[in-house]
Design a protein. Structure first.
Length: 175
């Protein structure tokens, strides 16, 4: 069943804090909130974009550095400072004429719950809260910010025989 679901995925949606980061935020004296991102997650994200998948970021968090990080990976659908993730999800469905079964969402906490109940393949990192784990079809053995995103993207691309890149660039994941 799970492998069949992976074959249908055309779209990845990711939360940021706790999924693409470990959930820690450093508050600087200038008032900026700093996060760290994993290079291996970045490689998988940019490869998914290159392979023609819709890759979307929906997060309550915001910041110029986050925006630049995702743009550097080739991601066009970046929604930061979002309070209603379901509304953004519905807009994406309409914009790309998507069906729920084509969409994989990875979230980790209560703000992701409503939208995760709508997608075809809800997933989460190993350190997600119990409510999210309870509805996830796949729980990565990796934690947020520590290659949980790479794990699920790689699984989808391998099942669809789109994983291996004949000419990878060392700069792809570091943008």
């Amino acid at each position: 069943m799970f492998l069949e679901q992976l074959k249908q995925i055309t779209t990845f949606i990711f939360d940021v804090d706790g999924v693409l980061t470990n959930g820690d935020i450093i508050a600087s004296d200038s008032g900026e909130f700093l996060r760290t991102f994993n290079i291996k997650d970045g490689y998988a994200l940019q490869l998914a974009v290159k392979r023609g998948y819709h890759v979307c970021i929906i997060s309550g968090g915001k910041g110029i550095a986050m925006q630049k990080r995702f743009e550097g990976l080739g991601i066009n659908n970046i929604f930061l400072g979002v309070s209603d993730k379901v509304a953004v999800y519905n807009d994406l469905l309409a914009k790309y004429q998507l069906k729920a079964e084509e969409i994989l969402y990875m979230g980790d906490d209560i703000p992701d719950l409503k939208v995760m109940k709508l997608v075809g393949l809800p997933t989460c990192p190993e350190d997600a809260v119990p409510e999210i784990k309870a509805i996830s079809h796949y729980i990565s053995p990796y934690t947020g910010g520590k290659t949980a995103v790479r794990d699920i993207i790689e699984k989808v691309l391998r099942v669809q025989q789109k994983w291996f890149d004949e000419n990878p660039s060392a700069a792809d994941s570091g943008k």
